[in-house]
Design a protein around this ligand. Structure first.
Ligand SMILES: Nc1ncnc2c1ncn2[C@@H]1O[C@H](COP(=O)(O)OP(=O)(O)OP(=O)(O)O)[C@@H](O)[C@H]1O
Ligand SMILES: [Mg+2]
Length: 378
């Protein structure tokens, strides 16, 4: 239903417009003879269902025509305003449109019959250009926006789960390739060097064979070093201890590795027995733990670190507390904090939550809670 509010000083025009428009289904018309009356009508119409349009005669004594339009638009910016023009007022069209009129209709003798069609066209344009924001539509609109937002969040969560999963799969694949291809090639080289050493040992000793032996010794050491590096890279890419021994053992092992490198005291409070944890969750927890320790080594300058892992009612809780220099929590929102972001993503990817508390000079505590066997573990 459209309600037309017509500001006109002319009784005759009010009646004519009323007569032609009242024949239209879905349209009602009310006339105001002053700007004040029109604004009062618009105020009382606020919040009512249906569309309201304002039609303004530009020859009102209150204000000059175009200013009337501007005043109504200033008070009710969402209400479409149409100028009602008589033949002799055509020169005001441009000015009326500058002050916010969406269009004009011709009124006066010879034009009344065309008024309904002009209105229909105007309402069609209004619908396209400026749909009125009705209460019902507003809540429908909000609900649909909310649904879109929820769907976008679900998509982004699924995407981040997929990314985490792909990253782990890719790491595992590279670890296997390195182990199998490079590992075997290096072992082959090592066997060849050993073979040459044995052969050389059978030859009479002279400066040439001694030089070759010492070169072979260097080669052997270099191959051993490369094998050790390859193993280290493999275990970083895919910690074998996690697959072979389980999460508790892997955390224990990683903490001890950390202790060896950083001169930090670590208090480990771990369950006595291995826990039953979904493989993807174990990987996520372990990766988060690695990032926490890396951050402590890189940023905290801590002396003591406490690591606590426990399980209760199917939820794993990991808490790592350091007494280092801490940081301003606003860094948590910094876009470049990829380590912290990655931890959160991993936690979310298996249905968990991550809490980071830190204060400058007062250490950092990271707490992770995650279902040990989430239904949709990746
Ligand atoms: N345990 C900690 N003690 C003190 N500061 C920390 C600690 N953990 C994180 N921070 C601070 O938070 C910032 C963000 O950490 P985050 O792991 O996201 O990034 P990063 O370690 O600097 O780089 P990377 O993306 O390689 O991990 C760090 O730069 C550091 O200032
Ligand atoms: Mg980091």
């Amino acid at each position: 239903m459209t309600r037309v509010l017509y500001l006109t000083q002319s009784k005759e025009r009010a009646e004519k417009a009323g007569a032609v428009l009242s024949r239209q289904a879905e349209v009602t018309i009310d006339c105001a003879s002053t700007l004040e009356e029109l604004l009062a009508m618009l105020s009382s119409d606020q919040g009512s269902a249906g569309r309201v349009l304002v039609l303004i005669d530009l020859d009102s004594p209150d204000l000059a025509g175009p200013n009337l339009v501007g005043t109504v638009k200033l008070c009710f910016p969402d209400v479409p305003v149409l100028a009602a023009l008589r033949k002799e007022e055509l020169s005001s069209i441009a000015e009326a449109s500058r002050t916010g009129a969406l269009g004009f209709v011709m009124v006066g003798d010879g034009y009344w019959a065309d008024l309904p069609a002009a209105f229909e066209e105007f309402m069609r344009r209004c619908k396209l250009e400026q749909p009125r924001f009705e209460e019902a539509n507003a809540s429908e609109h909000c609900a649909s926006l909310l649904n879109e937002l929820k769907a976008a969040c679900a998509r982004s969560k699924a995407l981040s789960q997929q990314l985490v999963k792909l990253r782990e799969e890719e790491s595992a694949r590279i670890a296997r390739e390195l182990h199998d291809q490079l590992g075997q090639a290096l072992t082959g080289l090592k066997l060849d060097v050993a073979w040459m050493q044995r052969r050389l040992a059978r030859l009479p000793e002279n400066p040439v064979t001694a030089g070759m032996q010492s070169r072979l010794k260097l080669m052997e050491e270099s191959i051993d070093g490369t094998i050790a590096i390859t193993r280290k890279i493999c275990s970083e890419l895919r910690p074998g201890v996690l697959d072979d021994l389980g999460l508790v053992a892997a955390i224990d092992w990683q903490a001890n590795e950390f202790k060896k490198r950083a001169s930090v005291d670590i208090l480990l409070l771990l369950p006595e027995r291995e826990l039953a944890v979904a493989p993807a969750t174990a990987t996520a927890v372990f990766r988060i733990f690695q990032e926490i320790l890396t951050n402590i080594a890189r940023h905290a300058n801590a002396r003591h670190v406490e690591v606590k892992l426990e399980e209760s009612n199917g939820i794993l809780h990991l808490k790592v507390k350091d007494d280092g220099r801490g940081f301003d929590e606003s860094a948590l929102a910094a876009a470049q904090s990829l380590g912290l972001l990655g931890m959160r993503e991993r936690a979310q990817s298996c249905g968990g939550t991550l809490r980071i508390q830190s204060k400058s000079g007062r250490g950092t505590t990271v707490e992770l809670s995650v279902p040990a066997n989430p239904p949709s573990a990746v």
